[in-house]
Design a protein around this ligand. Sequence first.
Ligand code: NAD
Length: 815
Amino acid sequence: MNVMEIFETMEYGPAPESPTTVLDWLKERQPFGLFINGRWVKPASGKYLDTINPSTSKPLAQVAAANSKDVDAAVSAARAAAETWSKTPGHIRARYLYAIARHIQKHSRMLAVLESMDNGKPIRETRDLDIPLVARHFYYHAGWAQLMASELPGYGPVGVVGQIIPWNFPLLMLAWKIAPALAMGNTVVLKPARYTPLTALKFAEIVQEIGLPPGVVNILTGEASQVGDALVRHPGVNKIAFTGSTDVGRTLRRATAGSGKKLSLELGGKSPFIVFDDADLDSVVEGVVDAIWFNQGQVCCAGSRLLVQEDIASRLIDKLRARMEKLRIGDPLDKAVDIGAIVSSAQLNEIQRLVDQGVEEGAEIWQPSWACPTEGYFFPPTLFTNVSPATTIAQVEIFGPVLVSMTFRTPAEAVALANNTRYGLAASVWSENINLALDVAPKLKAGTVWVNCTNLFDASSGFGGYHESGFGREGGKEGLYEYVRPAWETSSPRTTEHSSNGPEQGASTDQAGEDEEDHAAASERANGYHLELPAIDRTPKMFINGKQVRPDSGYSRDVYDIRGRVIGQVGEGNRKDIRNAVEAAHAAGGWATSTTHNRAQILYYIAENLSVRETEFARRIVQQTGRSDADAATEVQVTISRLFTYAAWADKYEGVVHRPPLRGVVLAMKEPIGVIGMACPSENPLLGFISLVAPAIAMGNTVIAIPSQQSPLSAIDCYQVLETSDLPAGVVNIVTGERDTLSEVLSDHDDVESMWYFGPAEGCKRVELASAGNMKRTWVNYGHSRDWLDPLQGEGEELLRESTHVKNIWVPYGE
Ligand code: NAD
């Protein structure tokens, strides 16, 4: 095409990026080995796998197929390296991360071309987005390595981290994983996705170039069934960080349950893109292009559900179709191409299958008139209208360039439609009325909300989901906590409690030595408490929806003192009581929007009312546990102080404003998680209960608490305090009974958003297993006891973090 013809037609001329350097590099290196302990080694299996260029469907290179033996070797190397790396000063780790960032920039074009060829995504995206963001993550985290000692005092690295990443942003996902892990002093074994291993291998070369100590980073290519599975189950791994599909995330949750491995899951999404009728429609159209056709729609946070206010729907759809007609699909190395190739034939077939299903279910399909290239795996941008919210294409993550559109009339309807999904990764809101946009943003159940923009990312702003989009955050300060542990945690002893249900307290009489008995008797005498009374003629009930209720089962269970004598009875809660409590906790959801001042006031009021009954509560502790009166009095006093602590935090645990490199701000808001189930520790019947309930409600959650199974009376006595402290009905619900049975029901319940469990290791495992159903967050003690009297362990920031999500709201500004 000559200049005259271009002038006449205004057609794009070809603007290809040369693949030569990359092809030469591939030719020289392949077949690629595994990167273990700073060296390239042959796979134990002796086998290699092809990686395909999706835009040609031809093989690009051969990479090693690792198996469990290689995983063993890589984990051993990482373990050995962790000895030194974990003690390497932050400044030195910062220098290494800084060097990685610099070398990413030195090889930026090579990495961009390699990524395009291996994944099929347009060079425009890899060059301008993926690779600059990769460098930014290493720079940003070099800063955190430098600041770790001063900004995260009392925390240490987790150890060896197994990292598993998907194929849609191969190098970027690697950076999101490796940068924070190394910054916090961990060593890693990373498995790239089967389809896209090449940039990770180039990254390994960079690691060698900068002289990172051997074993700090290990990279294993291969099949999920061989490498991924072995890594997840390896006993030498302390944490698994995973990004990928919700189904695999669920498998990993089950596989790691009870192992004590930390787990973070960044999973799928079906994110809403909400357009109000006062939005600037031309900007909206470009926003939609970025939301769903960026990276061929293979983006976890793709705005794949277009929700449009009814009165502008047809105008917007017309504009969109006109824009779709102009999108350019083709060779990813052509700099003037908008849409590249789908990553694999399997993914292409899956997209086609779901699109066919959409048509079968009655939605109306529209695709541009032009045809896709016939060589390679291409799929045209696709728009569905006339979509009903319950259909497959409106609910399931398609992970391709397919947009489904629906309409709404009012902002409330928009929010309801947006939240009608099992996911909660991201959302976009488009309106020229900033009041409306900022009113809607906090109501959306999503980890990231973009106002009048979409798909913006930065290392400073955490990214992660709600619900089945996973848990944990990547980026920002909040992301660092995924890679650290409180220093005291590693040395905490295992609890001697067992998971068995029933009145083991009776048995505990036998276990309790003579000394203990004498001590109890002595303390009774010293207190002047008369404990020789027969079973107390009182019926402590459960507390649901602000009312004292009898158990549905109609059964009670005995509560014993340390000598095995019955000192009271509590209700034997069952599944139905839990259901009622969850319903009440949901109905009390308005608590989340009550002012922080109001929540603080109520917590102070609870403390005040508790202090009036200090002696009575101390007596109860003595009665149930046989501890000394001084001990019990201390527990009550610390409990009152703890209520003050969380009253204080209620209006102070605030978000931050990030300033990523754009004209605008990101509001990182700490939001309540929702309904939290909690099995309280048995160590301190009152303090353990309040230490969990207080931070949760201070942050705006509603709770269903299962008090200590052995000593439930202290928590049960609290309901009278709660009733007189202006706490709205349903904010705190207390269900007594068998801790493990009730915990399992809560963990399994789809309307419970997080489950905390403090009990024996087997119980922790059951909670983690049962939680996989709706991928709720869990916080368990893996059978380790905690000193609730120690402020570091009993009222640290950890409790506030477990009570909140961070939602990042991106607000660009300027005309
Ligand atoms: P996938 O779940 O199939 O695979 C992800 C990784 O897990 C791959 O490396 C794969 O080899 C490995 N894997 C698969 N089965 C495994 C097993 N049983 N044990 C251990 N490892 C196993 O996902 P994908 O198709 O590669 O990626 C697409 C998915 O990733 C989408 O659902 C997308 O939404 C999600 N994603 C999420 C984010 C996020 O930040 N939330 C980012 C990118 C992609």
